[in-house]
Design a protein around this ligand. Structure first.
Ligand SMILES: Nc1ncnc2c1ncn2[C@@H]1O[C@@H]2COP(=O)(O)O[C@H]2[C@H]1O
Ligand SMILES: [Zn+2]
Length: 930
């Protein structure tokens, strides 16, 4: 392919800008007039007499509902006179764009000279340069709009994952696909997919990693079932931009194939899949079987290229690379700060108090970058790949030197700290001896400032709460580590090496994107903030308001207060006030994750999904129809070659289609189907949690939500459950973690009555739900705790008052014994808010309170039993005498009956006697008469 010369480019690129200006202004160059900038804005953003930018900025185009903060341009300070300075320095832009294929490219410089528009400027330039505009007959205004939408989709508030990172990765991708080994085989559609994939690969990135989204129950985690959450979101957002810009309309024929390729490229950037790709690449290279004439092999190489481009910043020249390293670590540390505020375990790589930029860089370069670039270099074996390898080595040496310097400084600090403490002890010992030290310590007041001055920041003064945040090193405060001091440096080095190896473990890639070792191991933060600084709830609090924007404006206000207020010590009081009255109740169950839910959420994806299936077959006919009469620029190839490749491309599209269609409804990309099945069957609880704050104002609005300012928890999967059940390589639990979690594991999804109950209470002040709460069959977990968390009120029923008093008992107890709370909090993991844990403790203590009266009752029962036993024996004696009487009675009865039975015989003998007597009498009478 022909690389255009500078003169040609100058003319060509000028024409891009000229074409962007409305017809009546075409004769004017961008830099010619003070009106150029507004004109461009008008053209790009006010097209069709709407104001799309403003509209989208308010409503949010992406699922994070990102409200873009407009970049502050230095020259905007001169708003009233825009003519004085132009944001876009066209001469310099041109100069940089002319060097766009150079590995020394600096995206930050392009960002500056383009007035913050590096992304669309670079991309339109590259599309033009490769001849894609002509080849696909693209409208440059739509294309500009596409890249403006993409630029807008990146969060300018992210230190690293912003549009400059997209620019950087796109330029790196451009460098890679220009490598002759690759370029000669590429189809125009593949070039377009590569550029679009690169520029959108982190679109709408929230600035935190996947474990954080899961731990804070972000709706994206629920939507993508905790699998390649961000990557799935990035490519779907990309498709949304293609649709919205109208570019999709122009490339109907190739759209399914293009979108398939973009999605597959972006999904490959999931860093947890690094090993999978690396093994495959090694295998290809070992067996020398990579054949770029095959579309699937080309696609695989493009996946590797994008993965490499994504982590290529350590391969840049030192000055550029260093800047990226600082930016990415700034974002990591920001996440660590959020985790600390949320009382989540602080991801080790995000903990600014236990690690440093050089340490992270050494680990990242050694364990992530080098293995990939070793293979990439083996494949490319070019001038560029050699340069990159040289840069990696050089940069690694720089960072290692910094780590060594840090260690030396730490050791020095610790020695001087220990010496200072040693002096203190010696001073006490020498007091009577009157030596030199004794002289200095004539007055203890005089000594104090000196000790204070020599003391370094690594030793923490326990009483100074604020200093805690500044503390960096790990030397314990009490007692001074005198004995271990000589070994300290060596120990630290070993510890750091081990630490790094653990952090950059090939299996986990824990710090990067989708895993977090501290989450998995249940490590608690050493720096957990005191209770009063704790924000409202882990369930609702997310780092950037843009991620929380699917709640109402009142929630956004509250989050804003927490997020920005909690950072400043001045606002602690405000926070304390709000946390003191916080209540936790549950809300209705999140809808189950059915395919239709996903479809509803992702209108763009749905659109894409159907069109993919429908129009895939048309792709071939279109691509063969398309004439190859474009300028011989960029990747464009001869007709004959093109035809052959179209056949290959068709084969690949067919295989893509098969792969796509074989995905069952609800199944996620990037996931082994068997794992999906296992996960989905194992998936547990889902009930979101709501934090209700007391009414801020006495608003007349009868809406419960407005009154209570409910923070609606979006996601549904409690983190502990997910971690326990997820075995797809994202997070591996260890046994200790599992044991800890089992204590607080959230249970099923029985909806809690208390939400409705609370609402009614809030409206009319009655306690209609109290009996209901008692009747309710709890599934365990947060829902059982809501009545306990409720503040006592006058009309409280029996159960409520018991619970409330336990809560206050617990609170009192905790205030007395902070260490208990600390222990409790330090055990805490995952997404359950701290309140839930606190209440677990409350329930336990109220249970033990209930147990003691029960025991008393039991002993009195046994006493009663023993006093009863004599009575029982009397009773049994009486019973036996009674039975004796009964038996004598029965004997009497039987003799009576015997007597009775003998009576008739006597009677009959009597009557016989009588009759014999009367016979005798008759005889006598007869005899006498005779
Ligand atoms: N210089 C760096 N140091 C540490 N981590 C990095 C560096 N560059 C990139 N990464 C990580 O690698 C990840 C690659 O994918 P992402 O761009 O989404 O996010 C990136 C960061 O998390
Ligand atoms: Zn990236």
């Amino acid at each position: 392919m022909r690389i255009p010369d500078v003169t040609t480019m100058e003319t060509t690129d000028s024409s891009i800008y000229i074409r962007l200006i409305p017809a009546q202004n075409q004769q004017r160059r961008m830099s010619d007039s003070d009106k150029d900038r507004p004109l461009l804005d008008e053209l790009v953003f006010d097209d069709k007499s709407n104001n799309p930018r403003r509209r989208h900025a308010c409503t949010g185009r992406f699922l994070t509902m990102h409200k873009r903060r407009r970049k502050k341009l230095q020259t905007r300070a001169l708003l009233q006179d825009t003519a004085i300075l132009d944001d876009v320095l066209h001469g310099q832009v041109q100069c940089i764009l002319n060097q766009v294929g150079n590995w020394r490219f600096n995206a930050f410089t392009l960002e500056t000279v383009t007035g913050g528009r590096s992304l669309p400027v670079l991309c339109v330039h590259l599309f033009h340069w490769y001849g894609l505009l002509d080849h696909f007959n693209l409208d440059v205004v739509r294309l500009w709009k596409l890249f403006s939408l993409i630029e807008e989709g990146y969060h300018s508030t992210n230190p690293y994952h912003n549009s400059i990172h997209a620019t950087d990765v796109t330029q790196a991708m451009h460098c890679f696909i220009q490598e002759s080994t690759i370029l000669e085989h590429l189809e125009p559609i593949e070039v377009m997919a590569s550029l679009l994939g690169a520029v959108t690969h982190d679109l709408d990135h929230p600035g935190v990693n996947q474990p954080f989204l899961i731990a804070t129950s972000n709706h994206l985690a629920a939507l993508y079932e905790n699998t390649s959450v961000l990557e799935n979101h990035h490519w779907r957002s990309a498709v949304g931009c293609l649709l919205e810009s109208g570019v999709a309309e122009q490339i109907q024929d190739i759209r399914p194939a293009l979108e398939n390729q973009i999605s597959s490229l972006i999904l490959a950037t999931d860093i947890t899949r690094q090993q999978e790709f690396l093994t495959k690449l090694r295998n290809y290279l070992d067996t020398d079987t990579l054949d770029l004439r095959l579309p699937e092999h080309r696609h695989f190489v493009l996946q590797i290229a994008l993965k490499s481009a994504d982590i290529s910043n350590p391969c840049r020249p030192w000055d550029v690379s260093k800047k990226w390293s600082q930016k990415v670590c700034e974002e990591f540390f920001r996440q660590g700060d959020y985790e600390r505020q949320l009382n989540l375990p602080v991801t080790s790589l995000c903990d600014r108090y236990s690690t440093s930029v050089p340490k992270i860089q050494v680990g990242f370069i050694k364990f992530v970058v080098t293995p990939l670039f070793d293979e990439w270099h083996r494949f490319l074996d070019s001038k560029l790949s050699r340069k990159m390898m040289r840069n990696i080595k050089h940069n690694l040496i720089q960072w290692e030197a910094k780590v060594a310097a840090e260690l030396a400084e730490e050791t020095r600090t610790e020695i001087s700290d220990a010496e200072a403490l040693e002096h203190e002890v010696d001073d006490d010992d020498d007091e009577d001896e009157g030596g030199e030290v004794g002289k200095l310590s004539d007055s203890s007041e005089g000594l104090l400032p000196e000790v204070k001055d020599t003391r370094r920041s690594s030793l923490q003064v326990p009483s100074f709460g604020a200093l805690r945040m500044d503390r960096r090193n790990s030397a314990p405060v009490n007692p001074p580590p005198k004995i271990i001091l000589p070994l300290k440096g060596q120990r630290s080095r070993d510890a750091i090496r081990e630490d790094m190896e653990a952090r950059f473990d090939n299996d986990t890639f824990s710090m990067l994107s989708t895993d977090s070792d501290s989450f998995a191991k249940g490590r608690s933060s050493d720096n957990s903030v005191p209770d009063k600084e704790r924000p409202l709830s882990a369930e609702t609090l997310v780092p950037d308001l843009s991620i929380a924007a699917m709640s109402n404006s009142a929630c956004a206000d509250q989050l804003n207060m927490v997020m920005h207020g909690a950072c400043s010590m001045n606002n602690t009081n405000m926070l304390t006030a709000s946390t003191a009255t916080k209540q936790l109740i549950r809300q209705q169950t999140f809808p189950p994750l059915q395919p239709y839910v996903r479809a509803r959420y992702m209108s763009a994806a749905a659109d894409m999904g159907t069109s993919c299936a429908e129009t895939l077959i048309e792709t071939k006919s279109n691509s063969s129809d398309s004439p190859c009469e474009y300028e011989p620029r960029g990747v464009l190839v001869s007709k004959k070659e093109s035809f052959k490749r179209e056949q290959d491309a068709y084969q690949m599209e067919k295989s893509c289609k098969i792969a796509k269609i074989s995905i069952e409804p609800g199944q996620k990309e990037n996931l082994d189907p068997s794992i999906t099945k296992k996960n989905s069957t194992r998936r547990r609880g889902s009930a979101p949690v709501v934090v209700v704050l007391p009414s801020k104002t006495t608003n007349e609005d009868s809406s419960v939500l407005t009154k209570t300012e409910a923070f609606i928890r979006r996601g549904s999967m409690p983190a502990p459950v997910n971690r326990n059940t997820s075995d797809n390589g994202a997070i591996q639990p260890d046994s200790q973690y599992a044991t800890n979690v089992s204590l607080i594991q959230r249970r099923g999804s029985v909806p809690c009555d208390s939400y409705g109950g609370y609402s009614r209470n809030a409206c009319n002040g009655k306690n209609r739900n109290r009996k209901k709460l008692l009747r309710r069959r709890s599934s365990g977990g947060a829902e059982i705790l809501s009545p306990i968390l409720a503040e006592p009120d006058d009309g409280a029923g029996e159960s409520s008052s018991v619970s409330s008093s336990s809560w206050y008992c617990f609170k009192r107890e905790m205030t007395r014994n902070r260490s208990d709370l600390d222990t409790l909090l330090s055990k805490r993991r995952g997404s359950l808010p701290v309140e839930v844990l606190a209440v677990c403790h409350t329930v336990q203590s109220s249970l033990s309170a209930t147990q003691s009266p029960l025991l008393a009752t039991q002993s009195s029962l046994s006493e009663t039993q023993s006093s009863l036993s004599p009575t029982q024996s009397t009773l049994s004696a009486t019973q036996s005498s009674l039975s004796a009487i009964q038996s004598s009675l029965s004997a009497t009865q039987s003799s009576l009956s015997t007597t009775q039975s003998s009576l008739p015989a006597t009677q009959s003998s009597l009557s016989a006697t009588q009759s014999s007597l009367s016979a005798t009498q008759t005889c006598t009478i007869t005899a006498s008469s005779i």
